[in-house]
Structures are given as structure tokens and as C-alpha cells.
Unconditional design. Structure first.
Length: 102
């Protein structure tokens, strides 16, 4: 009779461990930086926003000031100067900063 009790217990353990095996998918750069920012959040600190694929959203904003800026979706590098919320257009060629030395 003790064997009959052990089988369901072993089966439950197997199901539990299979359900909790890490999937091997690492967080994207955006997701990792977002997690770090939220783990150490203080008011006014920028927290990256990621899309469903783990890339950076093209428009990034500080939630407390509503100032936004454009970024490269893969690297998160800024491609524009911050602007007030709705006034930013990341699809415009004007949003790319001038990087030539003068």
C-alpha cells in the first residue's frame, strides 16, 4: 500500500519540477535595465519602457515630468534631445541629433 501512495507523490514532484525548469530565455537589454531601474527606483529616476519583443520603445518618457526622447529600439541609445510629451516625433529626421564636430 505504501507503493501506491508514493507513485502519486513522485508524479506530483516530477510535474512540479518540469513546470519550474528555467526556459533559458534571457532578458533583453531593455528588460534587464528596466528590472534594475525598478529594483532601485527613486522618484524622478528614468525607467526604460520595452515593447512586447523586449526592444526599447522608440519614445521613452520620464513618467513624473512627461519629458520624452527618442531612442534606437535595439540599443536604447538616445537619438533626440528630451522634449515635452506630445511634441516629440521620433519618425522625423529632425529627431536625430547633430553629431558632427564644429
Amino acid at each position: 500500500m505504501s507503493i501506491m501512495l508514493k507513485k502519486p507523490f513522485v508524479a506530483m514532484l516530477v510535474v512540479y519540477f518540469l513546470a519550474n525548469i528555467p526556459r533559458g530565455e534571457a532578458d533583453s537589454d531593455c528588460e534587464e535595465k528596466r528590472r534594475q531601474a525598478l529594483d532601485n527606483y527613486v522618484l524622478g529616476k528614468y525607467v526604460p519602457q520595452c515593447d512586447d519583443n523586449g526592444n526599447y520603445k522608440t519614445v521613452q518618457c520620464w513618467s513624473d515630468t512627461n519629458h520624452c526622447f527618442c531612442v534606437d529600439p535595439e540599443t536604447g541609445e538616445e537619438t533626440s534631445a528630451p522634449a515635452k510629451g506630445d511634441s516629440i516625433n521620433c519618425n522625423s529626421t529632425q529627431s536625430t541629433p547633430n553629431t558632427t564636430n564644429q
